[in-house]
Design a protein around this ligand. Sequence first.
Ligand code: HEC
Length: 196
Amino acid sequence: MADPNKDRPSEPGGIEKKTLHVYDGDLQEEDNQLPNWWLWLFYGTVTFGVIYWLVVHDMRIADLPDEAYRKEVAAMQAAEAKKLGASTVTNDSLLAMSKDAVLVKAGKDVFMANCVACHKADAGGLVGPNLTDAYWIHGGAPEQIYHSVHDGYLDKGMPAWGAQIGEEKVRQVVSYVLTLKNTNVPGGKAPQGDKE
Ligand code: HEC
């Protein structure tokens, strides 16, 4: 049989085409070389796969994505807590927060989620005292309100919120409570404590 590759023009890119068999005179089976870029991509993915498996799954040198994500979030939360812990609360810092609409709105959400059962949705008071009048059992200065919310009065039925919702939310809800002071909602509970 005559060599079917004789006089065959070379393909663009230097890829060699070979005809392996010729059937019935003109039915040809070809053996086409894979392009080099494809081959290297293929070898590359295989090598990457093996290395990734060894490093991440077998030797556990690097973290799996969800583990890495968890660690990053934990580190961020720790940094945030440190930052908040470092900046001590003062009357001024709390008053400044109560002028920030975004923080006050966040504080209102915290209030609606945690406080309404005892202080009522309008903060006029139920089991807990009216937070909209000028009378305070434990003092109405920003730092005193912060202390009331953060540490609670467990023997009187006011939970300690610092441990339950965290520092940031306590500050937000205090900034919201500060906006309620002296708004005297109608139908509020009778005053308790001393006039500020
Ligand atoms: C389980 C009921 C309950 C819940 C929930 C509750 N409180 Fe209270 N709160 C009380 C009681 C009761 C008192 C009064 C404590 C006392 O008599 O010493 C009080 C007191 C307070 C005081 C001090 C008021 C004053 O006159 O000095 C503040 C401020 C306050 N609560 C804010 C909040 C905030 C903010 C939340 C939500 C994060 C909240 N409370 C959730 C029951 C509750």
